[in-house]
Design a protein around this ligand. Structure first.
Ligand code: AMP
Length: 146
């Protein structure tokens, strides 16, 4: 049980997602607590810098559709209604911050791999979300890497 009223759960839709969902569910049991889920789809153009003169819109739509279905399946499994499922296009950290503000979230729940070395230097999504968040951030340790 917790005092959080508006919880935003950030999901990358990998096998680690269940661990993060379980933790988010455990803090959303209180009366009047709403659990939202977000998955951010990164535009394909981000990967190649927009230099290739090709139309990726169909592939992009397919990726978004697949993500929507995956999020919807998770919502069904964990009793999180469609209006609390958000699929957004953009950079994960930016969109997680934007949606957290729009929803007036009081906590963002995110997975953290606790990386070391180069990955730590380059930063992770959890790290980027933590910096600049206007609410609490709960980083749930996922995976087995130490
Ligand atoms: P990463 O730093 O990419 O290993 O991701 C760590 C955590 O950030 C994941 O467990 C999710 O909670 C969150 N995350 C990463 N990518 C996304 C995404 N595209 N949309 C929403 N959340 C994400």
């Amino acid at each position: 049980m917790s005092d959080y009223k508006n919880i935003l759960l950030a999901l990358d839709l990998t096998e680690d997602a269940e661990q993060v969902i379980t933790r988010a569910l455990s803090i959303s049991q209180g009366e009047g607590s709403t659990l939202h889920m977000i998955h951010v789809v990164e535009p394909i153009s981000f990967a190649y810098g927009g230099d290739i003169p090709m139309d990726f819109s169909t592939i992009q739509d397919d990726i978004q559709q697949q993500a929507k279905q995956q999020l919807s399946a998770l919502g069904l499994r964990h009793n999180i209604p469609a209006e609390q499922q958000h699929i957004v296009l953009g950079r994960p950290e930016t969109e997680i911050h934007n949606v957290a503000e729009e929803l007036n979230a009081d906590v963002i729940v995110i997975g953290s791999h606790g990386r070391h070395g180069l990955a730590l230097l380059l930063g992770s999504t959890a790290n980027s979300v933590l910096h600049g968040a206007k609410c609490d951030v709960l980083a749930v340790r996922v995976g087995t890497t130490n």
